[in-house]
Ligand binder design. Structure first.
Ligand code: NAP
Ligand code: MG
Length: 482
C-alpha cells in the first residue's frame, strides 16, 4: 500500500505530533479506498499548548502597526496563490467538490487575505463631541485576544481564511480546529502562514475530535472568543458554553434557502440559477437553493426546462474536467441525504428525477434529485438536507410565495426571479434573510460584503467585509483632558 503523509499540529511556530501520538485518516469521497493523509487526534494538552502560545503571542502581535500585520497577510496570499492548484486539488480529493469550484474557492482565499491586509490601514474609530468642550472623546477598537476558530468541511479554504484574516489584521491571535473531513487541506493553508514567517504563536492549528477540542476551547481561560461555522446543533451547544464561560461567540449555521420564480421571470435564467445554486458542490453549501417556489402560471414550463437541464448533469470525480457535480463528502452525509429522499417519498412528495445512489462508482455519488408537489409541512420543505435535492412548490401569487419563503426557522439567503420592480421591492422588504438576491442564485457571496443569517441561521452577527470588525474587536471609548 502507498504510504500516506502524516500532517501534524501547528503550535507556536512548530509542526508537532499530538501528545498521545494518535492519528486519523482522511479519505477521498470520489474513491473511498484512497487515503489523502493522516492528521493528529489531539488531546486537551495539545489544545492547552496552542492556547498558551497564542496568548503569549498577542502581546507583540497586537502592538505591530496594522500595515505590518497586513504585509504578513499579503505574503501568505502570494504563497497561497503559488500553491493554488495543489491546494485546490487537495480540496477536491479530500471533500469532493469539482476542481473548477475548488480553484475558485482558493482564489477567493487569496482575495480575502488581500482584502483584509488593507484593513490594517483603515479607520477604527470615531471622534465624538464631548459635553465638556475642553475634552477629547473618541473611540478605538482593541483586539479580543485569542480567537478560537471552528470550521466545517464544505468550504475548507474560504471559511478558515475569512475568519483567520480579520482575526489577525485586527490584532488577535488564533487557534483553529478545522473540520476533520478536511484537516489535510487546512494543514496546507497553515503551511502558507508558516512559510510567510508569521511570528510564532500568532496562528496555531490543532486537529481532532470536534467535541473534545471544541469543548476544551470553550473551557480554556486564555481563549477569549469563538467563531464557529457549522450545524445548528453544534452551534447552539457552543453558544451555551460560551455564555457560561463568558466568551464572545459568533455562529454561522444552516439554511433552507428559497428561490421564488414569479410569473414574469426569465425562466431560462431562473432554471440556470436554481441548478447552480442548488446543485453545485452537490448542494453542500449553507446558501444552497433548496425550496423552489414557482408561480402556477409558469410552473409546468419551468419544471420541464429544469428537468431537461438536470438530466444533463454529469456526476463524477471532481478532478475529471467533464464532471459538473462531485460526490457527497462522506458516508454519513450520503446516508443522511438518502434518508431525506426516503422521507420525501413517504410523506407524499413526487420524486421527479434522481433519488438514487450511483452504485457503479467507488465513491459517495448520488443523482441530482428533484421533488414535485412538495407541501410546506413536509420534512423536506423544513429541514436542511445539505445535498443535491430540490423541492418544487407551487403558489398562486407572489404574496403566497413570500409567505412560504419565510415559513422556515432559517434565514440565510433567498432569491427571486422577476422583472417587476414592485415584486422586487416587496421581496427585498419582506424576505427574512441575511442575503437577498434578485435575478441571481441564492448561493453567491462576495467577500467584501457582510454575510450572515437571520433567525436560526446565525447568532445574528455578520462575517466578511468590514462587518467582521464587530466580532474581532471591542470598542474602547476614550475621554481625555489635559
Ligand atoms: P458540524 O458537524 O457542526 O461541524 C462543524 C465543526 O464543528 C467541525 O470542525 C467539527 O469538528 C466541530 N464540532 C463538532 N462537534 C463539536 C462540538 N461538540 N463542539 C465544538 N465543535 C464541534 O457541521 P458540518 O457537518 O461540518 O458542516 C455542515 C453544516 O455547516 C451545515 O449545517 C451547514 O449549513 C453549515 N454551514 C454554514 C455556513 C454558514 O456560513 N452559515 C457555511 C458552511 C456550512 P469535526 O469535524 O471533528 O466533527
Ligand atoms: Mg474526506
Amino acid at each position: 500500500m502507498k504510504s500516506i503523509h502524516t500532517y501534524l499540529n501547528f503550535i507556536d511556530g512548530e509542526w508537532k505530533e499530538s501528545k498521545n501520538g494518535e492519528t486519523s485518516t482522511s479519505y477521498n469521497p470520489s474513491n473511498i479506498s484512497e487515503a489523502i493523509g493522516s492528521y493528529q487526534m489531539s488531546t486537551k494538552e495539545d489544545l492547552d499548548q496552542a492556547a498558551c502560545a497564542a496568548k503569549k503571542a498577542t502581546k507583540s502581535w497586537r502592538k505591530l502597526p496594522g500595515n505590518v500585520r497586513g504585509d504578513y497577510l499579503l505574503k501568505v496570499a502570494s504563497i497561497l496563490e503559488e500553491r493554488l492548484d495543489d491546494i485546490a486539488s487537495t480540496m477536491t480529493k479530500e471533500m469532493g467538490k469539482t476542481f473548477f469550484e475548488a480553484k475558485g474557492e482558493t482564489a477567493r482565499g487569496v482575495a480575502i487575505l488581500r482584502y483584509y491586509a488593507g484593513e490594517g490601514l483603515r479607520s477604527i474609530g470615531d471622534v465624538i463631541p464631548s459635553t465638556d468642550n475642553e475634552a477629547l472623546m473618541y473611540t478605538t477598537r482593541v483586539p479580543l485576544g485569542v480567537v478560537g476558530v471552528i470550521t466545517p468541511w464544505n468550504f475548507p479554504v474560504a471559511i478558515p481564511l475569512w475568519k483567520i484574516a480579520p482575526a489577525l489584521i485586527y490584532g488577535n491571535t488564533v487557534v483553529i480546529k478545522p473540520a476533520s473531513e478536511t484537516a489535510v487541506t487546512c494543514a496546507k493553508i497553515i503551511q502558507c502562514f508558516c512559510d510567510a514567517d508569521v511570528p510564532n504563536g500568532v496562528i496555531n492549528m490543532v486537529t481532532g475530535s470536534g467535541s473534545l477540542i471544541g469543548t476544551e476551547m470553550l473551557n480554556h481561560p486564555d481563549i477569549n472568543g469563538i467563531t464557529f461555522t457549522g450545524s445548528n446543533k453544534v452551534g447552539k451547544e457552543i453558544a451555551r458554553k460560551a455564555v457560561e464561560n463568558g466568551k464572545k461567540y459568533q455562529l454561522e449555521m444552516g439554511g433552507k434557502n428559497p428561490v421564488i420564480v414569479a410569473s414574469d421571470a426569465d425562466l431560462n435564467l431562473a432554471v440556470e440559477a436554481t441548478i447552480s445554486g442548488g446543485l453545485r458542490s452537490a448542494g453542500q453549501k449553507c446558501t444552497a437553493t433548496s425550496r423552489v417556489i414557482v408561480h402556477t402560471d409558469v410552473y409546468d414550463e419551468f419544471k420541464e426546462k429544469l428537468i431537461n437541464k438536470v438530466s444533463e448533469i454529469k456526476v463524477g470525480d471532481g478532478l475529471e474536467s467533464s464532471t459538473w457535480m462531485g460526490p457527497l463528502v462522506s458516508k454519513s452525509q450520503l446516508d443522511t441525504v438518502l434518508s431525506y429522499i426516503d422521507i420525501g417519498k413517504n410523506e407524499g412528495a413526487t420524486l421527479l428525477y434522481g433519488g438514487q445512489r450511483i452504485e457503479d462508482k467507488n465513491g459517495y455519488f448520488i443523482e441530482p434529485t428533484v421533488f414535485d408537489n412538495v407541501k410546506p409541512d413536509m420534512t423536506i420543505a423544513k429541514e436542511e438536507i445539505f445535498g443535491p435535492v430540490l423541492a418544487l412548490m407551487r403558489v398562486d401569487s407572489l404574496e403566497e410565495g413570500l409567505e412560504l419563503a419565510n415559513d422556515t426557522e432559517y434565514g440565510l439567503s433567498a432569491s427571486i426571479f422577476t422583472k417587476n420592480i414592485g415584486n422586487i421591492l416587496l421581496f427585498i422588504d419582506e424576505m427574512e434573510a441575511g442575503l437577498v438576491r434578485v435575478n441571481a442564485e441564492s448561493a453567491g457571496v462576495e467577500l467584501q460584503a457582510p454575510f450572515g443569517g437571520m433567525k436560526q441561521s446565525s447568532s445574528h452577527s455578520r462575517e466578511q467585509g468590514r462587518a467582521a470588525i464587530e466580532f474581532y474587536t471591542s470598542i474602547k471609548t476614550i475621554f481625555v483632558k489635559s
